[in-house]
Ligand binder design. Structure first.
Ligand code: SAH
Ligand code: SF4
Length: 348
């Protein structure tokens, strides 16, 4: 019988498991800490569990991390990893060192159903949701490789839409937050969404302290639906209401992501629309230049053009920052490496 992989089991699932093996629930909590905090995956070395339990665990279970398949390092220090999941699907994870902080950008789905016109992952369609174990596994694999300090912050800006894999993302966050899990505070985690309105409200009601980023990219419904088909399902007006609800309910600011596309959303009228749209919403705006994806029909503005747009925006809106493009030489734009693999026929 193949062993069952415990990667992704939450604290309560491990408690239940050990209860089913005739143990007290706190033994499950000990197992949880061994696996996620201590990163000891060899049951035989878990000294506070009885020998008999260790043997039973070893017979039927294991703890297997996703496998690194490929990695590329950018001249700016960004490292991009390709993992091959057990069913052959590729996903990517990016480590972005920046002074004191190192941000890890993780994937939450293989592919994505939402088909944003500028996004490499969007061209793949949705292959499947990642399991809790596959989400947490990207982080554990990096800690295994680089130690407990491998990263200080997590952004869900890799492949996929976090709010479309809501339950698994929330379970993963529980494991990440737990002091006997990965021990990383919720405020160090950013969920980026293309705007799944009902799920933004649901997230607001959960009152987690995670940070929320909205991929806005266009400030009118008419313009947004041209590049983000999700806007046809969740229109801009209702989306902004949900965002307001989120900021009120959680008493926090949101980040607004705005990719600048040359000749599409970089005009004075866009500044006006953005100012109008974001008025009264506690937010900061992160601007970044479009990262060209082969075969997609958008143009990247120059760094000067991005700066000029940001400077025009700044006096009208609070906190505008320009995000440096990282890892451009290694295709660190969302989804590119995995897409190349797929097109070469490795996966499909
Ligand atoms: N699905 C979520 C999170 C993953 S995408 C979302 O859309 O927010 C992470 C970020 O990468 C999003 O802000 C997305 O708009 C951005 N992105 C996708 N393709 C890009 C490209 N070619 N250049 C720059 N940013 C891109
Ligand atoms: Fe999906 Fe985000 Fe890419 Fe849009 S930008 S296709 S929502 S991963």
């Amino acid at each position: 019988m193949p062993k069952i992989n415990l990667l992704g089991y939450t604290r309560s699932q491990l408690e239940e498991l050990l209860v089913s093996l005739g143990q007290k629930p706190y033994k499950g909590r000990q197992l949880f800490a061994w696996l996620y905090k201590v990163r000891q995956y060899d049951f035989s070395l878990m000294t506070d569990l009885t020998k008999d339990i260790r043997r039973q665990l070893d017979e039927s279970y294991n703890f297997e991390l996703p496998k690194f398949e490929q990695e590329s390092t950018s001249v700016d220090g960004t490292v991009k990893f390709l993992f091959r999941l057990s069913d052959g699907n590729p996903i990517e994870t990016v480590l972005i060192p920046d002074g004191e902080r190192t941000t890890v950008c993780i994937s939450v789905q293989a592919g994505c159903a939402l088909g944003c016109r500028f996004c490499a992952t969007g061209t793949m369609g949705l292959l499947r949701d990642l399991t809790v174990g596959e989400i947490v596994g990207q982080l554990l694999a990096l800690r295994e490789r680089f130690g407990a300090d491998a990263f200080t912050n997590i952004v869900m800006m890799g492949m996929g839409e976090p709010l479309n894999n809501f339950d698994n993302v929330m379970e993963a966050i529980k494991i990440i937050n737990d002091e006997n899990g990965l021990g990383l505070a919720a405020k160090k985690i950013t969920i980026s969404t293309s705007g799944i309105t009902p799920k933004i409200r649901k997230l607001a009601d959960m009152k987690l302290k995670v940070r929320l980023a909205l991929s806005l990219h266009a400030a009118t419904q008419e313009k947004r639906r041209k590049i983000m088909p999700v806007a046809d399902t969740f229109g801009l007006e209702k989306l902004m209401e949900a965002l307001k609800y989120y900021t009120t309910r959680t008493k926090s600011r949101v980040s607004i992501e705005y990719i600048l596309f040359k000749g599409f959303n970089d005009r004075p009228e866009d500044i006006k629309a953005l100012t109008r749209l974001l008025h009264g919403i506690p937010c900061k705006i992160n601007m970044l230049a479009y990262n060209p994806v082969p075969g997609l029909d958008f143009e990247r503005p120059s760094d000067e053009e991005v700066d000029r747009f940001a400077r025009l925006l700044y006096p009208k809106l609070p906190a505008v920052t320009v995000r440096k493009s990282r890892g451009r030489d290694i295709d660190a734009a969302c989804g590119q490496l995995a897409v190349r693999k797929i097109n070469k026929g490795v996966n499909v």
